[in-house]
Ligand binder design. Structure first.
Ligand code: ACO
Length: 412
């Protein structure tokens, strides 16, 4: 089953061979059946289904089911699954109290990291440190954590948002006909009016963005989920670690960094000078480049189209001109051509979030909502991996040889 050019590390270890591979450019650490990427051709598929088809025809709840269980749901399965997820959207009061106690200026991703870790402390039944290392052998316990995480992630985000705005919290609208994403938008905006319905096109746009972010095989944050889970820590703490990885501007934080970059550039006329600064390594073109894609990121193409649909409702953001001009210049420039640097999923997503009224520091938490089913699917796959081992890379030590301790009084 292994790909022909895959060498098993355990076999190399028996030979005493160590591979030096910073950033894991050439190290496969698992066998996965979730997401397929061909970075040279710009192909992305979840469980075999092309991302373009899923973005157009599917929904975030359906894609979540697909990623988690491997097949598209029947309509009954989808209804049942969505119903159960929406039943788990309420936050425990102590989490609400923690949000209330934080400064309004706190970065939403910093809060998410903390809230996920705090959430883990509320479920000792799901903590291998307390309930035993085999607690996740139970399908019921696994299922419960899936529902809790998918259910509470948008509520955490919405409550952080309302706290930031200095507004009272809107509790989830469980029991109505609202979809997962509509319920999230209801919690953000409803002004406590139970009949409030967000704009359907905007709901679809945000739902599509969640679909596009739902999984991307072993990116930094998903690798973090597997890495932390390998120590048998609870899934909430593993997610807290993953959220920390996502926060970084080289990963999920790029959507926020792109927006700040576009604002700093300020006008289309300044694009050529900025491109020169990037080539001289004085700046980085955020939202460009990818470890895996050496071609146009298929998600970026869809997000770009989506941006114009959202602008029709919310008004066009002038920063789009700067973004498209940057793209035009970069795609013609040898620096970017030689290095195969193209827009990635985050290049245009921030412009949509901004047009929809989200504050810039809120963008990455939206990414985290979308990535939740992917993190969970990898968590499940790791739990059942017959080859699983605690993640513990080797190092090549180049420090001092043995030396004798010098007492403090004798050091110059
Ligand atoms: N702007 C300018 N130069 C770049 C960029 C960029 N955005 N990305 C890569 N390069 C250059 C590097 O300087 C390097 O040049 P060199 O060989 O002359 O030194 C070459 O292209 C290869 O880049 P690496 O950094 O080695 O590529 P790596 O795979 O390690 O990094 C990464 C990928 C982190 C995404 C990088 O392209 C980057 O920093 N992009 C900007 C941040 C960003 O948009 N991140 C989001 C990625 S998508 C996601 O996580 C959801």
């Amino acid at each position: 089953e292994l790909h022909n050019n895959t060498i098993r590390a355990v076999d190399l270890a028996k030979l005493g061979v160590t591979v030096y591979d910073p950033g894991f450019l050439n190290t496969a650490s698992c066998i996965s059946r979730i997401t397929y990427i061909d970075g040279d051709k710009g192909i992305l598929r979840y469980r075999g289904y092309p991302i373009e088809e899923l973005a157009e025809k599917s929904t975030f709840m359906e894609v979540s089911f697909l990623l988690l269980y491997g097949e598209l749901p029947t309509s009954r399965e989808l209804e049942h699954f969505t119903h159960r997820v929406l039943r788990h959207t309420f936050l425990k009061q102590s989490l609400v109290d923690i949000i209330k106690a934080t400064p309004k200026e706190s970065h939403p991703m910093g809060l998410l990291v903390s809230m996920l870790a705090a959430e883990g402390t509320l479920y000792p039944d799901a903590n291998p440190a307390i309930s035993g290392g085999d607690v996740y052998n139970s399908p019921r316990v696994r299922e419960k954590q899936i529902l809790r995480l998918l259910g509470t992630m948008p509520t955490l985000a919405a409550f952080v948002y309302r706290h930031k705005m200095g507004r009272p919290f809107n509790y989830p609208a469980y029991g109505g006909s609202r979809s997962y994403t509509e319920n999230f938008m209801y919690m953000l905006d409803s002004m406590e009016d139970p009949s409030y319905r967000p704009n359907a096109t905007l709901v679809k746009a945000l739902d599509t963005l969640f679909v596009l972010h739902a999984d991307h095989e072993l990116n930094c944050s998903t690798a973090a989920v597997r890495h932390l889970t390998s120590s048998d820590v609870d899934v909430f703490t593993a997610f807290s670690g993953a959220a920390g990885a996502l926060y970084g501007p080289l990963h999920g934080g790029a959507n926020e960094a792109v927006l700040r970059m576009l604002e700093r550039i300020g006008s289309v006329e300044k694009v050529p000078a900025f491109i020169e600064a990037v080539k001289n390594r004085k700046a980085r073109l955020m939202g460009f480049g990818h470890r895996v894609y050496k071609n146009y990121d298929p998600r970026a193409r869809i997000v770009r189209k989506l941006a114009y649909q959202v602008f029709e409702i919310c008004g066009k953001d002038p920063l789009i001109e700067i973004a498209t001009t940057l793209e035009e210049h970069a795609l013609k420039d040898n620096y970017f051509i030689e290095r195969k640097l193209y827009p990635n999923v985050d290049f245009y997503s921030g412009l949509i979030y901004k047009a929809m009224g989200f504050p810039t520091d809120f963008f990455t938490i939206l990414f985290a909502i979308g990535r939740t089913p992917g993190w969970l699917a990898h968590w499940l796959e790791y739990l059942d991996d017959p080859d699983k081992k605690i993640a513990r890379p080797k190092q090549n030590y180049l420090g001092s040889d043995q030396r004798s301790y010098i007492p403090l009084t004798q050091r110059n």
